[in-house]
Design a binder for this molecule. Structure first.
Ligand code: NAP
Ligand code: GLV
Length: 306
């Protein structure tokens, strides 16, 4: 069996070594133009040239959860696209989102500013019942985040394409329920995949539906958010702040207004990192299953785009 590795912005050598260790009978190499046809590929943002040359791939394993960069390409018709299925990401996402929600709810930024100014001051405790958190996307990551927020007793709403049942979470599904979902939320967490249906979904109209003082946490993809609309709603006072991990252009350009905006917290696309060892173990297990003709989880539905 031939496995080829084509991973942008990531060193390929440790991935090669990892797959060789777990699949000693496989021939594993890092892709270069003109290489012979492989059976399986490990990819992150591969170039179109790679897919055109490797048109006989049985499956292509993305080393992230989001496959939006791959779905923009011309894909070989028979190749299965497989996303990373948690592999240690959901607990990181739960940590990140709970941290952002709690920092905002408990006004820790304000306390830090007071302490820096040498002031011992109290803020009035806020009502948890007034801090409904809405999670857009109740998949592998969103459901874990919703459950983690319930541990802190925030009222939690979830929104997905198809109906869900998660204990303690008010679940909404479909476009018909979108406005009701938004108006139920004070804090909005985006964990949708980026598809033609979800691009620009965080815009002036939708974000205006959040309760006054609304707060936005975008941890999915930058192209979900119309950045100027967010800035307008922050400056007008309808929204009180945002924590943003993903951006339309990454790295965030040095002159981008988000860097200096007093109501925006920026992190460098780090809310849930790919963990190499966990990912290699998961993908190697799936390669073995596929080579035995067994079904695997995490296969992307091409018509849905995720
Ligand atoms: P997932 O398991 O595929 O879940 C996606 C969820 O979104 C599902 O609940 C799905 O509904 C819902 N959804 C999709 N399209 C929708 C629509 N048009 N309307 C309403 N709901 C819709 O994905 P995941 O593993 O949770 O990952 C989510 C995204 O997080 C990834 O695609 C990636 O972009 C992002 N991500 C970011 C980082 C980071 O470090 N910032 C790390 C990992 C992932 P159904 O369940 O009904 O299908
Ligand atoms: C990271 O953004 C991922 O999609 O895994």
């Amino acid at each position: 069996m031939n496995i080829t590795i084509c991973v942008a912005q990531t060193k390929a050598a440790p991935w090669e070594e990892g797959f060789r260790a777990l699949l000693p009978d496989a021939r594993v190499s890092t892709w270069k133009a003109g290489d012979p046809q492989a059976d399986y590929a490990i990819v992150w943002s591969p170039p179109q040239e790679f897919l055109d040359e490797q048109a006989g791939l049985k499956a292509m394993f993305n080393i992230g959860a989001g496959v939006d960069a791959i779905m923009k390409l011309r894909l070989p018709p028979q190749t299965q696209v497989v996303r990373l299925d948690d592999a240690g990401m959901s607990v990181q996402m739960a940590e990140y989102v709970c941290h952002a929600v709690i920092r905002h709810f408990r006004e820790f930024d304000g306390y830090e500013a007071d302490i820096a100014a040498g002031q011992w001051s109290y803020r009035k405790p806020r009502s948890r019942a007034d801090f409904s958190v809405g999670v857009m996307g109740m998949g592998v990551l969103g459901e874990r985040v919703a459950r983690a927020l319930r541990v802190f007793e925030f009222p939690v709403h979830g929104w997905s394409r198809t109906p869900k049942a998660v204990e303690g979470v008010v679940c909404h599904a479909g476009t018909d329920r979108f406005d009701t979902f938004l108006s139920s939320c004070r804090v909005l967490v985006n964990l949708l995949p980026l598809t033609p249906d979800t691009q620009d979904i965080l815009n002036r109209k939708t974000l205006s539906r959040l309760q006054p003082g609304g707060y936005v946490i975008n941890v999915a993809r930058g192209a979900h958010l119309v950045e100027d609309d967010l800035i307008h709603l922050l400056d007008s006072g309808h929204l009180s702040g945002a924590t943003l991990d993903v951006f339309r252009t990454e790295p965030l350009p040095a002159d981008h207004p988000f860097w200096q905006h007093p109501k925006v917290t920026v992190t460098p696309h780090t809310s849930a990192r790919t963990l190499r060892d966990e990912s290699i173990a998961q993908i190697a297990g799936k390669i073995v299953a596929l080579s035995r003709g067994e079904p695997i989880a995490g296969v992307v539905h091409r018509d849905r785009g995720y």
